[in-house]
Design a protein. Structure first.
Length: 246
């Protein structure tokens, strides 16, 4: 005999959990969440990434955010760091080992870590379930991106359905950057936090796949040559040009 339907697990609709890597996109998403929800927590993932310096940067961003945005400080709750070494064990990619960044035979750059965002969203939902947080915010995008299939809108929608079925809950997955190019992402950050947030993102976030913090550009730190740096630099250039015309 089948059991009857169980009541949905109760989640706090005023709380959000941001997948926060310490990069430009996730920092912008954090500001987006803080502008909308009364309580915001963050989660980062240590998976043996080559650019592990981002884990230090994320703490700096959180510290600077609390110091310079008092209107957000009271809303910013605990930060969580989850160890996910299995990704580094399974994936032989340019993000998990010292290798030249190239295009793979499948047409994707070898910076693609198979299953990474799917696993991250699953772990974030499990953490959100424990913390009773309804809204999960991720900085994935299929406008200016490297072609990663787990950054696509269809993937995120499918994940929301699967997570809600599997956890008997009503999570909402938010992707504020999904249809924005990098120039528009810079513009969104300015609308959310003005020049002060632009300066914070420029100085303290990290996007470079190589993990280079030795070279400072007008758009921030990085090698300037990897795909992540090139996207960030081109976006900043377009954003600055647009701002100069306005």
């Amino acid at each position: 005999m089948k059991n009857g339907p169980r009541a949905m697990f109760n989640l706090n609709s005023e709380a959000a959990l941001v997948l926060f890597s310490g990069g430009q996109d996730s920092a912008t998403c954090l500001a987006w969440a803080l502008a909308r929800y009364g309580h915001v927590e963050t989660v980062g993932f240590d998976y043996g990434q080559r650019h592990l310096v981002e884990m230090d940067c994320r703490q700096q961003v959180l510290q600077e955010g609390r110091a310079h945005f008092p209107q957000w400080a009271d809303r910013l709750g605990p930060d969580h760091v989850l160890d996910v070494p299995v990704l580094g064990q399974m994936a032989e990619t340019a993000l998990t080992r010292d290798a030249e960044i190239t295009m793979a035979d499948n047409g994707l750059p070898n910076t693609f870590v198979p299953g990474r965002n799917i696993l991250f969203l699953t772990l974030a939902a499990a953490l959100g379930y424990r913390r009773s947080i309804r809204h999960i915010v991720a900085g994935v995008c299929e406008t200016d991106y490297s072609g990663y299939p787990d950054c696509r809108d269809d993937t995120i929608k499918a994940m929301q359905v699967a997570l809600n079925l599997g956890l008997n809950a009503r999570f909402v997955l938010h992707t504020p950057l999904m249809w924005l190019d990098k120039a528009a992402t810079w513009g969104l950050a300015e609308r959310l936090g003005g020049e002060e947030l632009i300066d914070l993102i420029t100085e303290h976030t990290h996007t470079c796949y190589i993990g280079d913090r030795s070279r400072r550009h007008e758009w921030g730190y990085g090698c300037g040559e990897c795909p992540a740096c090139q996207l960030r630099a081109a976006g900043f250039s377009a954003y600055a040009a647009s701002a100069a015309l306005s």
